[in-house]
Design a protein around this ligand. Structure first.
Ligand code: PLP
Length: 429
C-alpha cells in the first residue's frame, strides 16, 4: 500500500492535505507516510513468518532519525554501511546488537567504533578485509563477529549501477572461493567468530527469478558452512523492487496493489511464498536487508512550478527542485510519476520536460512525458521518492537541503528542518 491519494480533488498523504503543507513549509519538501512505512515492514515480516528471521532495514535508503526510530520501535534490525549510519541508529534508539555492517571499504575508525558498540556482524567483502578485522579486534582484545559476502554470480537484471551479484561487480567473494576462505579463517584468524554468510545481488529487482536462482545456488553452501563452522545466520540481502511507474485512474493513484496479482511484477507475498520454503530446513536464522521496499513508495518530493518555457522543440516546466534534491533520474535513469497536487479536471495531457534549476543538462525529472497541464505557482509531487531521495541530496549549486516531514494520521511533523543559508557555510573558514 501507500498513503497517497486524491480526496476532494486534492492530493493527500494519509489524512494530511499536501498543498497547504507545501505552502506552509516551502518547497522542495520531502513528505513520508509513517503508516505506509510500518505497513511495508509488517507485511515483509509476516511474509517471512515461516522461518526464523530478522528484517534488518537498510539504513542507506532513508536514514532520517525519525524513520529509524519508527522502525526501531517495531523491533527492526538495521543494515548499515558506515560508522555514520551506526551513529544514527544508536541516536534513534536502535540496538547495535541487531546491526549488520556491510560495505567494501570499512575504515579502521569505523571498525573500532562498531566493535566498541557490539554490532551483530561485520559483513566483509574480501579476505583482506577479514584479516584486517582480525588484526584490529586483536589489538582491542575482542572477538569480531563476521560473515563473508558471497558473490553468487547471478544476473539481477536491473540497472547496471545497482547490480551487485555478478563476478564483474566489486562486491563480495567469488562463490567458489568461500569454503576455503572459511577454512583459513577458522585456522588462522583467532579474533574472528564466523557467525554467518551474506549475499545481496542488487537493487530494484522486479522479478522473483534472480532471487530464486541466488537462493538455490547458495543454499547448499550455507548448509555446508553451518555444518563445518557452526554459522548461525544467512542474510539473503535486500533488493526487492517497487513500482515506480503507475497511471492516474479514476481519481486515485492506481497502484500495483490494486492490480490482479498475476499482472503485478513481484509482490511481497509471492516473495515469501517462493523464498521461505527454500530456506526453511536449513536451521539458519534468515536476515533480510530491505531498504527501498520499506520506504520507497512511502515518500514524495513536493515541488513548485516556477516557469513554463516554450522552446522551439520542447516545452519545459521549470520547478524549484533539482537533481541535487533527487538524483535518481540523473544517476540511474530513475522514473518518478509526476502528479499535480490539485487533481486535474480533464484528461488532457501535454508533452513536457520537467526540469530543475541546476546548471546541468542531466537535471531533469522527465523528458517528453505526457502530463496533465500545470502552471507556474502550482505544486506537483514526484512520487516514490522515499528511498534514495533525501539521503543522496547535496548542496550542489549552493542549494540548502530540503526539509523533511513525517505524517502520522492527520499530524504532520517536521523531522528535519530546511537548511538555512548560514547552514550552507557552517564549518567553512
Ligand atoms: C543497498 C543495500 C541493501 C538495500 O537494497 P534495497 O534495494 O534498497 O533493498 C541491502 N544490503 C546491502 C548490502 C546493500 O548494499
Amino acid at each position: 500500500m501507500h498513503g497517497f491519494s486524491y480526496k476532494n480533488a486534492s492530493l493527500f498523504c494519509d489524512d494530511v492535505d499536501l498543498a497547504p503543507l507545501a505552502a506552509e513549509h516551502g518547497t522542495p519538501l520531502y513528505v513520508y507516510s509513517a503508516t505506509t512505512i510500518l505497513d511495508h515492514y509488517r507485511r515483509l515480516d509476516a511474509a517471512l513468518a515461516g522461518v526464523d528471521h530478522e528484517v534488518a532495514y537498510a539504513v542507506k535508503a532513508n536514514s532520517n532519525l525519525s524513520v529509524l526510530r519508527l522502525l526501531a520501535n517495531e523491533g527492526a534490525g538495521f543494515d548499515i554501511v558506515s560508522g555514520g549510519e551506526l551513529f544514527r541508529v544508536i541516536k534513534a534508539g536502535g540496538d547495535p546488537a541487531h546491526c549488520t555492517f556491510a560495505g567494501v571499504g570499512k575504515t579502521r575508525e569505523e571498525i573500532v567504533y562498531a566493535l566498541e558498540q557490539g554490532i551483530y556482524s561485520f559483513n566483509v567483502e574480501s579476505e583482506e578485509e577479514l584479516r584486517y578485522l582480525n588484526e584490529v579486534a586483536g589489538e582491542l582484545g575482542v572477538i569480531a563477529p563476521a560473515a563473508v559476502r558471497v558473490n553468487p554470480n547471478v544476473d539481477a537484471k536491473t540497472h547496471k549501477y545497482i547490480s551487485t551479484g555478478k563476478s564483474e561487480n566489486k562486491f563480495g567473494v567469488d562463490f567458489e572461493a568461500i569454503p576455503s576462505l572459511y577454512e583459513r579463517a577458522a585456522k588462522e584468524l583467532p579474533h574472528i567468530k564466523l557467525r554467518g554468510l551474506q549475499m545481496h545481488i542488487g537493487s530494484q529487482l522486479t522479478s522473483i527469478a534472480p532471487f530464486i536462482e541466488a537462493v538455490e545456488k547458495v543454499a547448499p553452501l550455507a548448509k555446508q558452512l553451518k555444518e563445518k563452522h557452526s554459522i548461525e545466520f544467512w542474510s539473503i540481502g535486500g533488493g526487492i523492487g517497487i513500482i515506480y511507474q503507475e497511471s492516474l485512474a479514476s481519481g486515485t493513484i492506481d497502484w500495483w496493489e490494486n492490480q490482479p496479482e498475476q499482472e503485478r511484477p513481484l509482490t511481497i507475498e509471492q516473495y515469501g511464498r517462493e523464498i521461505v520454503p527454500r530456506l526453511k530446513n536449513l536451521g539458519l536464522r534468515i536476515l533480510l536487508e530491505p531498504g527501498r521496499f520499506i520506504v520507497g513508495n512511502a515518500g514524495v518530493l513536493l515541488t513548485r512550478c516556477l516557469y513554463e518555457k516554450k522552446g522551439r522543440a520542447k516545452t519545459f516546466k521549470i520547478v524549484d527542485a533539482g537533481m541535487n534534491d533527487l538524483i535518481r533520474p540523473a544517476l540511474y535513469e530513475g522514473h518518478h510519476e509526476i502528479v499535480p497536487l490539485k487533481q486535474p479536471q480533464s484528461n488532457e495531457r501535454v508533452a513536457v520536460d520537467v526540469v530543475g534549476p541546476i546548471c546541468e543538462s542531466g537535471d531533469f525529472f522527465c523528458q517528453n512525458r505526457e502530463l496533465p497541464d500545470f502552471q507556474p505557482g502550482d505544486f506537483i509531487a514526484l512520487m516514490s521518492a522515499g528511498a534514495y531521495g533525501f539521503v543522496m541530496a547535496s548542496n550542489y549549486n549552493s542549494r540548502p537541503l530540503p526539509a523533511e516531514i513525517l505524517v502520522e494520521g492527520d499530524a504532520a511533523t517536521v523531522i528535519r528542518k530546511r537548511q538555512s543559508l548560514e547552514d550552507l557555510i557552517e564549518g567553512e573558514l
